[in-house]
Write a protein that binds this ligand. Structure first.
Ligand code: GCW
Length: 607
């Protein structure tokens, strides 16, 4: 009612309850100037109200509505990677909004989330400190939960599996140890005392140095089930992440599957396995994680990354809806039970660091509600509500947004390339980075495998056989270089430099053209934006222009670094019919941006 009273400019609106309507769903019927929103819950009525407001803001016809909506997933949740000291891991929009929670700002946060249907939030980093469960932190979580509750948002916490030792002073965190279980029971009771509608735990265990049940000779299922049993009577859930890999394995892309498939069917009903969309790590393009089509007896949720860890941080305009849609081209929406998104939110005035990065927060919420929505529709909605209804801006910028992800893939890692990022950060390229003593699976050559013959990771039956984890006929299709989609070529094959591509070009020439195409596209985005000046306020125009200039220059850096480096293996010329590199490889190798994982480089690669 508050939202409508303050923002609705149309005729009277009646809010009506009806038990038969699905949880969070609603209908809107407008007749004779009067609209009726019907839902079974408060949340449903609120989502209906936001739907009306969205249509109004988009200048849509609101006189003859006959709408019936219900979300695809019950759980539509953000994962904040916020640390207790206020830094945000892979966050590029300032510091944590939860550090010194500000009621005004959290109200806006709650409304923004609710307006796109997001109904859960994990307040802290999956690399969780034991202190996340201290009484002081829990008091803070309660304060935040109280602010978010009116907007239908439940609070969750990431937990450190060794908390009973580090926080509780016990000698072990073995999930089968009685004193450990008792510790968790007490802690969980304390949480529910403060936050009666607490959602549950998110756990990163035995991954990248985090503790877990395997430290005590137990399985992921033992660990997850222990927590699930403790949470059960309070109605809580466990989101247990499948992001695991170790340096001993022959192929990082196979490991989550290898570790979790044998456990299929062993998890409690209030455990959901949270799986990143791809088998490696939020790359600009990955095939889907094969767990999604293989686990049959375990509820799964997909984890997308809204923050652009691998996509130009808060400098590049990359609209992610097309990437998430691509996932759903392979994995039917019904195969997963929920959607999580790693948030790109910080205390910057514009929330996400880049004005257009807000579109990714928006798109995440819309797709978690309805994963079949088209990218164009989401971009169009967002542009109209954020900037203007003038088609002279909406049309060209919708095009920019929907093309931006493919452009980023082109100038960063086309044709199946992945993880050729710099050592200290994931902003730019360092395909040559491989210092002695660094874990091999943390260096680009592990992934690109460039040599005199060609480029790419052989994951076919002759290589690591990762293709086998995919169902037929996809598996066979991926295994054969002639039928493998070219967008995944070097993901699955070690491709000879002179291999003939469908375009008729050699693989080397195609690679060069893809990189250059990305550069040309990034420049075109800037040119399109330059023409938008009449439709945008000066501040936002200038700020976006500044970022698009960085993006266009960074694209050149990416192209030059990668092509010049790969050329040292291919020994082939850059094709005559494209723009040639403007940098010098030796100089590029000497230069590195000095940033931590909490920062966005203010000027990108070159000023
Ligand atoms: O993508 C990698 C990131 C880490 C992150 C990890 C994870 C939270 O580089 O910063 O840690 O994935 O998802 O657990």
């Amino acid at each position: 009612m508050d939202e409508l009273k303050q923002h609705w400019k149309g005729g009277p609106v009646v809010l009506k309850r009806q038990k038969s309507i699905a949880k969070d769903g609603y209908t809107i019927l407008t007749e004779g100037g009067k609209s009726t929103i019907t839902a079974s819950t408060d949340a449903g009525l609120m989502y209906g109200a936001f739907h009306l407001l969205r249509l109004q803001q988009m200048g849509a016809d609101v006189d003859h509505l006959n709408i019936s909506e219900k979300p695809a997933y019950d759980l539509r949740i953000l994962n904040h990677w916020d640390n207790p000291n206020g830094t945000v891991e892979r966050g590029f929009a300032g510091r944590s909004i939860f550090l010194n929670p500000d009621a005004q700002r959290l109200l806006i946060y709650a409304r923004a989330n609710a307006s796109v249907g997001i109904n859960g939030t994990v307040l802290n980093n999956v690399n969780a400190k034991p202190e996340a469960l201290s009484t002081e932190s829990l008091q803070k979580a309660k304060y935040i939960a109280d602010l978010l509750r009116p907007y239908g948002i439940h609070v969750y916490l990431s937990v450190n599996f060794a908390s009973p030792i580090k926080l509780g002073g016990l000698a072990t965190a073995d999930p089968l140890d009685k004193s450990v279980v008792a510790w968790w029971k007490k802690k969980v009771a304390e949480i529910y005392q403060l936050i009666p509608d607490f959602g549950g735990f998110l756990v990163k265990a035995n991954s990248e140095g985090e503790p877990g049940p395997c430290d005590f000779g137990r399985t992921h299922a033992d660990g997850a089930n222990m927590l699930a049993d403790v949470l059960k009577k309070h109605g809580g859930i466990v989101m247990w992440r499948a992001f695991v890999y170790n340096p001993q394995s022959s192929d990082r892309a196979k490991q989550a599957y290898e570790e979790f498939m044998p456990l299929d069917g062993q998890f409690r009903s209030n455990v959901i396995i949270q799986i990143k969309n791809g088998p490696v790590d939020f790359q600009p393009r990955e095939p889907y994680s094969p767990l999604f089509t293989s686990m049959q007896k375990t509820p799964m949720m997909v984890e997308f990354q809204i923050t652009q860890e691998y996509l130009g941080a808060a400098n590049h305009l990359v609209f992610l809806a097309p990437m998430w849609q691509e996932f759903f081209d392979y994995v039917k929406p019904g195969q997963v039970k929920a959607m999580a998104g790693v948030a790109n939110i910080g205390d910057d005035t514009n929330w996400c660091g880049h004005h257009f990065a807000q579109a990714n927060w928006y798109a995440f919420g819309r797709l978690a509600w309805n994963p079949t929505l088209k990218s164009e529709t989401i971009a169009d909605e967002w542009l109209r509500q954020t900037f203007t209804n003038d088609n002279r801006m909406v049309k060209p910028m919708t095009k920019v947004m929907t093309e931006s992800r493919e452009a980023a893939v082109n100038y960063m890692m086309p044709l199946g390339l992945h993880h050729i990022f710099a050592g200290g950060h994931h902003y730019g390229p360092e395909p040559w980075y491989a210092p002695a003593g660094v874990r091999r699976d943390w260096t680009p050559p592990y992934y690109h495998r460039a040599d005199a013959e060609g480029l790419g990771f052989d994951r076919t039956s002759k290589g690591t056989n990762a293709v086998e984890q995919y169902p037929q006929p996809l598996s066979t299709q991926l295994n054969d270089i002639a039928t493998c989609p070219e967008i995944f070529l070097t993901w699955f094959h070690h491709v000879p430099w002179t291999y003939k591509m469908r375009s008729g070009r050699t693989f080397w020439d195609e690679l060069c053209h893809k990189y250059d195409q990305g550069v040309q596209e990034a420049r075109q985005f800037l040119a399109t934006w330059d023409a938008m000046q009449p439709y945008v306020d000066k501040q936002r125009f200038d700020e976006v222009q500044h970022k698009l200039r960085i993006q266009a220059r960074d694209a050149v850096w990416w192209r030059d670094a990668c092509l010049l480096y790969f050329q040292t293996f291919s020994q082939l010329p850059i094709p005559a019919d494209m723009e040639h590199p403007v940098h010098n490889l030796d100089e590029m190798k000497k230069y590195s941006i000095r940033i931590t994982m909490y920062e966005n480089p203010p000027y990108g690669y070159t000023k």
